[in-house]
Design a protein around this ligand. Structure first.
Ligand SMILES: Cc1cc2nc3c(=O)[nH]c(=O)nc-3n(C[C@H](O)[C@H](O)[C@H](O)COP(=O)(O)OP(=O)(O)OC[C@H]3O[C@@H](n4cnc5c(N)ncnc54)[C@H](O)[C@@H]3O)c2cc1C
Length: 407
């Protein structure tokens, strides 16, 4: 595994022209990934949250990969963030989920939408891991349609008071702070975004959701907010413009999830290479049977095509970052991030399925190295926008806004 990580850093640096600082992020990511493998697998077998993920990322100075260096982060552009997430994906989607939520849906959102005071207050601690972030959009009655959020806020002197439930929240019971979206109780404008302190009275973890199909190593929680006081200083962006905050987070997050899925395919390919060349049936290694080669060819082709889709989306996002008033560029980045997430999550799930098939009966054991990917990648077709929502989004980006199916 280590050899693959090392080779990848050299190769992507050569192809993509990375700086020495960017290369060092990836070298640290490879070292962290190698260290994460054991605790991630043990936690998966025991079906529990892997509490070593923040510890190991912190040890390698990787909690703040996309945070600007002036706030103590590594200052990674989206492309380097994607390459980092790809390495986390080689370990598994549990690690990807933790990092994607803390970094892409959390830190980057504060960096992009926060004022200077908020950035200085949160980002240096997010970069060290003293602050761990979650993202609370989904509710029991509002998933694909965030317009039906029921969480509300009222103004109360120098604070807001928030009441409602947040459902299926990754990092929900381990985060110190959560980006929460809520409508004004009196109705009217769109929702607003807040940075909520999870230690405040009124914030409760109702349940850690443990009966999941997979992704056991990631914390997923059901939370309630009861008259939770949020100081005015923790309103993120402009009141009533919470959807702009939420959607920009998802643009970053989808590139992160797509990259993680590429990492999953890399690991599937590695595992399959090992198995197909060593397992002998009918007098020869199974890799010499043409039907096994067909599966290997599928995984390799999926990996290579999705890898470049993800890089293209990340490069487009970086282009937009240099010209943020250019809405056409933003639209392109948004479309490409949806395409990258849609294709990579489907391909990773299918690749894990085919890898499991190559492993045969042992593949069906939770102890095989590919069963975990099979169980864990399925969620990537659901969270941060389901397959169907991605299809609608991609189609309307081609056909025009008047074809948006859910308007
Ligand atoms: C493990 C896990 C972690 C998660 N982490 C987070 C998190 O950190 N933060 C967060 O806010 N959320 C999180 N989510 C929630 C996730 O984003 C939602 O589950 C997802 O957006 C889908 O919403 P839903 O589950 O309510 O499904 P629904 O919206 O009820 O959809 C059900 C089905 O209907 C389809 N559908 C809905 N509307 C349409 C339409 N207009 N046209 C066609 N089909 C449609 C959907 O595609 C889906 O197939 C997480 C989910 C899981 C499983």
């Amino acid at each position: 595994m280590e050899a693959l990580f090392d080779a990848s850093v050299q190769e992507v640096s050569r192809l993509l022209g990375l700086t020495d600082a960017e290369k060092s992020v990836l070298e640290d990511a490879d070292a962290a990934a190698s260290e994460l493998v054991t605790s991630e697998f043990e936690s998966y077998v025991q079906r529990k949250y892997n509490d070593q993920v923040p510890v190991i990322l912190r040890r390698h100075n990787l909690m703040g990969v996309p945070i600007a260096s002036k706030y103590g982060g590594r200052g990674a552009r989206q492309l380097v963030q994607a390459l980092f997430m790809e390495r986390m994906g080689q370990v598994g989607m549990g690690v990807v989920t933790f990092a994607d939520v803390h970094q892409c849906l959390g830190s980057l959102v504060i960096q992009d939408w926060g004022n200077e005071e908020q950035r200085s207050r949160y980002l240096p601690r997010a970069a060290t891991g003293d602050v761990v972030l979650a993202y609370g959009l989904t509710e029991p009655e509002a998933g694909s349609d965030p317009g039906s959020l029921k969480t509300t806020f009222v103004r109360d002197g120098s604070s807001y008071r928030l009441t409602g439930s947040k459902y299926l929240i990754s990092n929900g019971s381990v985060a110190t702070n959560m980006i929460v979206f809520a409508y004004p109780a009196e109705g009217g404008k769109g929702p607003s975004a807040f940075v909520v302190d999870t230690k405040q009275k009124g914030f409760e973890v109702d349940m850690r959701l443990e009966e999941k199909v997979g992704l056991f190593t990631s914390d997923t929680s059901l939370l309630s907010l009861t008259d939770l006081a949020v100081p005015k200083e923790d309103l993120l962006g402009v009141e009533g413009k919470g959807f702009s905050v939420a959607y920009s987070a998802l643009l970053n997050g989808r590139i992160g999830i797509g990259s993680g899925c590429v990492g999953v395919m890399e690991d599937c390919l590695n595992q399959v290479r090992e198995r197909a060349t060593s397992r002998v049936q009918h007098g020869k290694p199974i890799g010499k049977h043409q039907l096994i080669q067909k599966q290997v060819a599928f995984i390799e082709s999926s990996l290579e095509s999705c890898r470049w889709l993800v890089y293209r989306a990340a490069l487009k996002k970086d282009e937009y970052e240099k010209d943020i008033s250019n809405l056409a560029l933003r639209g392109e980045a948004d479309r490409l991030s949806a395409v990258a997430k849609y294709m990579s999550s489907r391909s990773a799930f299918e690749s894990a399925d085919r890898a499991l098939q190559i492993f045969g009966g042992f593949g069906y054991s939770i102890m095989s190295p590919v069963a975990k990917h099979f169980l864990d990648t399925r969620v990537a077709r659901i969270y941060e926008g389901t397959d169907e929502i991605m299809e609608l989004k991609i189609a309307s980006s081609v056909l025009g806004r008047e074809f948006e199916a859910y308007r």
